[in-house]
Design a protein around this ligand. Structure first.
Ligand SMILES: C[S@@+](CC[C@H](N)C(=O)[O-])C[C@H]1O[C@@H](n2cnc3c(N)ncnc32)[C@H](O)[C@@H]1O
Length: 301
């Protein structure tokens, strides 16, 4: 946790007070993530979910060499590992860095060795498939990104039940053996697999804010529900407009996060309060992707 000295210092400037927003379940701050994380205690976080800049020159990042980018990521990852509880998980949601000559560098492959240097173990490389984006002319259009799910130990929290999805053939039965005739699938649904089809947050998505690259709340909900327990601490060191914080409080977890943009932190804080007031619109987990060939897009009555 933050050192008491820092929290209660009489020297605390007004600007510092306003950039730090907190209550019993949420603590978010406008600052650089290394400074934010240095104030937190070892092994105090159950889950880190984040999507760092991809070094592609977005408004919130400064494009640099791939080597320098990786060095910066290594520092942030080292702090996340220090903060992680022994049963905890890090979910690093990432896409491609594109070189000046158009060469593609998949950042999960580039960053994976950093996690391995810390002894972390990969449990899944989750493929997030979305159906919209830029149309490329010199290569196939990119329609997926990945989440590296790494754990600190072999004794990690994972519960698939809260994130089961409807079975494809729920009436399927065992056709031989002692359980012949009984339903063969889990009545609660099936494991959602490591390929997640979830729309990205573009202009007509209900969660869209001023941020150019937010991830959908439902994507984080799956991670929070399966990898943490109520009241556990969930951290996002590149918090943007607080999608991770919203997913965490939706399910009774504690949210920590920071972003260098004060505008994004303000939006994040607003979203947290809108959620509590019951006015924040989020796309529900497991809603089928809109299919224009079906009545009502396949969303039912
Ligand atoms: C890909 S966006 C994350 C968006 C977020 N997942 C959401 O749903 O809103 C990356 C964010 O990292 C922030 N950022 C970049 N460098 C940072 C740093 N050193 N410390 C904290 N935040 C940083 C940017 O301002 C940007 O909002």
């Amino acid at each position: 946790m933050y050192s008491p000295k820092r929290e209660h210092s009489p020297q605390l400037e007004l600007a510092e007070v306003t950039r730090l927003k907190r209550d019993a379940k949420v603590r978010i701050e406008c600052c650089d993530n290394i400074g934010f994380m240095r104030g937190l205690a070892d092994e105090s976080v159950q889950l880190v979910v984040t999507s760092p800049p991809y070094n592609i020159g977005k408004s919130y990042e400064k494009r640099t060499s791939l080597e320098r980018y990786v060095e910066g990521q290594a520092q942030v990852i080292a702090e996340c590992v220090r903060l992680l509880a022994p049963s905890g998980s890090i979910c690093w949601q990432i896409g491609n860095h594109i070189g000046d000559d158009g060469e593609v560098f998949p950042l999960d492959i580039v960053l994976y060795p950093i996690f391995k240097q810390h002894g972390m173990k990969l449990r899944n490389r989750i493929v997030w498939h979305f159906e919209h984006g830029l149309h490329c002319t010199k290569r196939l259009s990119g329609r997926h990104e990945t989440i590296l799910w790494m754990t600190k130990s072999d004794d990690y929290i994972f519960d698939v039940d809260p994130i089961r999805v409807p079975a494809k053939y729920p009436q399927k039965k065992h056709f031989k053996g002692p359980r012949r005739g009984e339903l063969s699938g889990n009545p609660m649904g099936k494991n959602p697999s490591d390929v997640w089809v979830i729309p990205n947050v573009k202009s007509n998505h209900v969660e869209k804010t001023a941020h150019p690259c937010q991830f959908p709340v439902e994507l984080v909900e799956r991670l929070v529900l399966s990898m943490t327990r109520p009241n556990d601490v969930v951290l996002d060191p590149y918090m943007g407009v607080g999608s991770t914080a919203v997913a965490a409080i939706m399910h009774g977890r504690t949210a920590l996060g920071c972003d260098i943009s004060s505008g994004y932190v303000e939006i994040a804080w607003d979203r947290v309060h809108s959620w509590r007031a019951g006015t924040l619109r989020t796309r529900p987990m497991n809603r089928p992707v809109y299919d224009p060939t079906l009545p009502l897009g396949g969303h039912g009555a």
